[in-house]
Design a protein around this ligand. Structure first.
Ligand code: ATP
Length: 304
């Protein structure tokens, strides 16, 4: 009987998980699979998850939460063949959007449990230490993520307050970006490192990027416009929606970045700290994520 481990963030997105839990129980009877829940606590989740994977030896692991929960699962399944399903239950589900995973819970659950198509996904490695799966950035957005995390207020109104504060406080940065072929000097309010083509809203960040091409995109935001931020219905990864702002994009396999001062840095919604220097590289095809079959134009492979 297939074994499925559900890794559930009980607080993600401020969403009650009771319906999800009930549906999983019901589906396990219908589809005849064995399952376990592992609830995250925000403390030592890597260690407990790794121990659970070693002990239970699941055939697939389903991340139930936002991008942070998917990243937790991904970094504990690197170099295994265990595919990852996603139930998008976070305040930021940018990765699920990118991979065209259904937003509707029953559909996402059917896919996560029964999907037979998985896609190899690259991970990003920052300063040889931190892994990322979707988006990292320095500057104004990282400052918002920091303030938001520190406040403990998960509501939108709290978020809006942090957005205004960060917008007022943020100063322009100067950076030197070295890629294997070139050195660029730029200035701006935010530098994003994207293993993806689009933000959570579906707005494209780069038309050519892919999560499976061994490359990532560095996007410089020279300007930020408050009016757009307010008008367009925000979540913490969906700030910059003016398409003209995406023109300053570098696509590369690795990069080294020097910043003229210490700035805030976040990865997939987690505040990391202040940095003045960053190295970024890709780990190609590090994990496999279950996606809707036949609907994506990129490489897909059946689950072994
Ligand atoms: N039981 C818990 N209590 C508090 N925080 C938790 C718990 N479990 C996980 N976390 C934290 O939740 C964050 C990941 O959240 P995730 O990205 O899955 O959902 P989200 O709703 O998009 O995130 P956020 O809460 O940052 O808006 C991590 O910082 C993790 O440490």
């Amino acid at each position: 009987m297939e074994k499925i481990l559900f890794v559930m963030n009980p607080v993600s997105g401020g969403i009650d998980k009771d319906e999800t839990i009930l549906r999983i129980h019901w589906l396990s009877v219908r589809e005849k699979f064995d399952f376990k829940f592992r609830y995250t606590t925000g403390e030592n989740d890597d260690e407990t998850l790794q121990a659970e994977i070693d002990w239970y030896r699941p055939d697939r692991v389903v991340a139930c939460g936002g991008d942070g929960t998917v990243l937790l699962v991904a970094r504990n399944l690197i170099n295994t063949d265990i595919p990852i399903g996603i139930l998008p239950l976070g305040s930021a589900n940018g990765l699920a959007t990118e991979l065209t995973i259904p937003e509707i819970l029953p559909e996402a659950l059917e896919l996560a449990v029964k999907g037979q198509v998985s896609r190899p996904i690259d991970l990003l490695r920052f300063n040889e230490k931190y892994l990322g799966i979707h988006l990292g950035d320095i500057g104004v957005n990282a400052l918002i993520v920091k303030n938001y995390a520190q406040s403990g207020d998960r509501r939108m109104v709290g978020y809006a307050r942090h957005l205004f504060r960060a917008f007022q406080e943020s100063e322009q940065m100067q950076y030197t970006i070295k890629t294997p072929g070139e050195t660029y000097r730029k200035e701006g309010y935010m530098l994003a490192f994207a293993n993806a083509r689009r933000f959570g809203t579906g707005v494209y960040l780069s038309l050519n990027g892919s999560m499976s091409d061994g490359r990532f995109e560095i996007c410089n935001f020279q300007e930020i416009q408050l009016e757009e931020l307010i008008n367009l219905g925000l979540t913490k990864f969906e700030l910059f929606l003016d398409e003209e702002m995406y023109s300053d994009v570098i696509s590369c396999k690795e990069a080294e970045i020097e910043i003229n001062r210490e700035v805030d840095f976040q990865i997939d919604g987690e505040y990391i700290g202040k940095v003045e220097h960053l190295t970024i590289s890709t780990i190609e095809s590090a994990v496999r994520i279950i996606v809707p079959g036949g609907e994506d134009e990129e490489e897909e492979t059946g689950i072994a």
